[in-house]
Design a protein around this ligand. Structure first.
Ligand code: OGA
Ligand code: MN
Length: 310
């Protein structure tokens, strides 16, 4: 028997049943999962019991795993290094974090609408987030469909956006969530990068917006005009008709396509309840400008060669 696909809406988010991800996934099941993933962009796998290696092995079927954490582990140690991001409110020794801890200040940025790793030159294809313990109330994750939002734009807006390139920078989103103390090491590792404002998903030819809290200036526009454009698009994408709110169960794996969705965590009493999740993040095949065959804006290209020369 193959997998069962239970769509949440006709085109966005689906629950997947009749698969045990702790076991090797057959070629036929994997092909069916991929088909569902390209169609629905967010897949929910309830009732999984995944050891870290099993979680990682399933993620690695989709491509290379990101291995570097955004925050320097020396400045902010967490329980995991390497392939796993600690998406919990726990410190390295497993206690609920402190109210003004660096980890908590940084993670507050996850409550802004974003897509993972768009601030890296090689961005992410998808993330796989696994829950082991959930908060009794709150702590949902919301997902927004950037493909449906693109489709719904007026033709004149689609034309205006065609070929535009945007600077994505982790400091842009963190400035907005009130975190500004990156170390020199982190600043060096995380320079601003160019990404397309509209991209095409190769597996189905669908066009998608590619905006996020990390998105800052638009190349070729004044800062004010670019900011207004990005803010307007984020407001458009996150209208209720494009959003699915997921209420977690424990032992659930959710994977989402970072190329064409945004997500955000909702509030919960994080100084009282433990919410424990870990994430594996899969790299995309190339920068979004490279994938679209759009040359980097001169300013971004110059910045990249200056970095390479260092
Ligand atoms: C993430 C993320 C939000 C949440 O894991 O990338 O943004 O609800 N999570 O924990
Ligand atoms: Mn995220």
């Amino acid at each position: 028997m193959g997998i069962t696909v239970c769509p949440v809406t006709p085109g966005f988010a689906a629950e997947i049943g009749d698969i045990d991800l702790s076991q090797p996934v057959s070629a036929a099941d994997f092909a069916a999962i991929q088909q569902a993933f390209w169609k629905y962009s967010v897949l929910i796998f309830p009732g999984q019991n995944l050891a870290p290696e099993q979680h990682l092995a399933f993620g690695a079927m989709f491509g290379p795993i990101e291995n570097e954490r955004t925050l320097d582990p020396k400045a902010t140690p967490t329980r995991y290094t390497g392939a796993f991001s600690d998406i919990s409110n726990l410190t390295a020794d497993g206690k609920i974090w402190g109210e003004s801890s660096r980890q908590r200040m940084y993670k507050a940025g996850n409550k802004l609408w974003h897509t993972d790793s768009s601030f890296k030159f090689l961005p992410s294809l998808c993330s796989l987030l696994y829950s082991t313990m959930i908060a009794p109330i709150g702590g949902h994750t919301e997902f927004a469909d950037q493909r449906a939002a693109y489709d719904a734009l007026p033709a004149a807006m689609k034309k205006k956006l065609d070929g535009l390139v945007v600077e994505h920078w982790i400091a842009t989103s963190r400035r907005r969530s009130g975190f500004s103390e990156f170390t020199e090491e982190e600043k060096k590792r995380l320079p601003p990068v160019p990404q397309m404002l509209v991209r095409t998903i190769p597996q189905n030819g669908r066009k998608s917006l590619y905006v996020a809290s990390h998105a800052g200036p638009v190349y070729g526009m004044s800062d004010a005009e670019g900011r207004a454009l990005i803010d307007g698009l984020i407001a458009h994408v996150t209208q209720r008709q494009f959003v699915y709110t997921h209420r977690w169960r424990a032992n659930e794996l959710i994977m989402w396509d970072n190329r064409c969705t945004m997500h955000r965590g909702t509030d919960f009493d994080d100084l009282r309840w433990v919410r424990d999740m870990r994430r594996v993040t899969v790299s995309d095949v190339a920068n979004s400008c490279e994938q679209e065959g759009v040359p980097l804006p001169a300013e971004a290209a110059a910045q990249r060669s200056a970095l390479a020369a260092h």
